[in-house]
Design a protein around this ligand. Structure first.
Ligand SMILES: [Zn+2]
Ligand SMILES: [Zn+2]
Ligand SMILES: [Zn+2]
Length: 105
């Protein structure tokens, strides 16, 4: 699990121009995102830093409401989550319909 301060720093760090920024976790998150954009190993290769970066992006996207978000993949992740949620809802409706149609229910 990630500390909240780190998640909050994502939206800040992607736009932060300062090399010596004092914002909590800014440089930490920045370094992680930079790693993610340069890494050749990546998650399928078992890179732990990349895994951490994706976790961070995912948690950011969960709470992000920005239409024009600068965080990489943020809108992709949100779109995927929205679709999955929609699919789950569809399943639920189907299941309820199945229960109603079952004899004796
Ligand atoms: Zn900063
Ligand atoms: Zn990596
Ligand atoms: Zn975002």
């Amino acid at each position: 699990m990630l500390p909240h301060g780190v998640i909050n720093a994502v939206a800040h760090a992607v736009r932060c121009p300062f090399k010596q920024c004092q914002y909590p976790n800014c440089r930490l998150v920045y370094a992680l995102l930079l790693h993610g954009s340069r890494c050749q190993v990546r998650v399928p290769g078992g890179c732990l830093l990349c895994k951490k970066m994706w976790l961070l992006l995912y948690h950011h996207a969960l709470s992000c409401k920005e239409d024009e978000c600068y965080v990489p993949r943020c809108r992709d992740i949100r779109e995927k989550m929205r679709k999955r949620l929609q699919a789950e809802r569809d399943d639920e409706i189907h299941n309820k319909a199945a229960v109603r149609a079952a004899p004796g229910a």
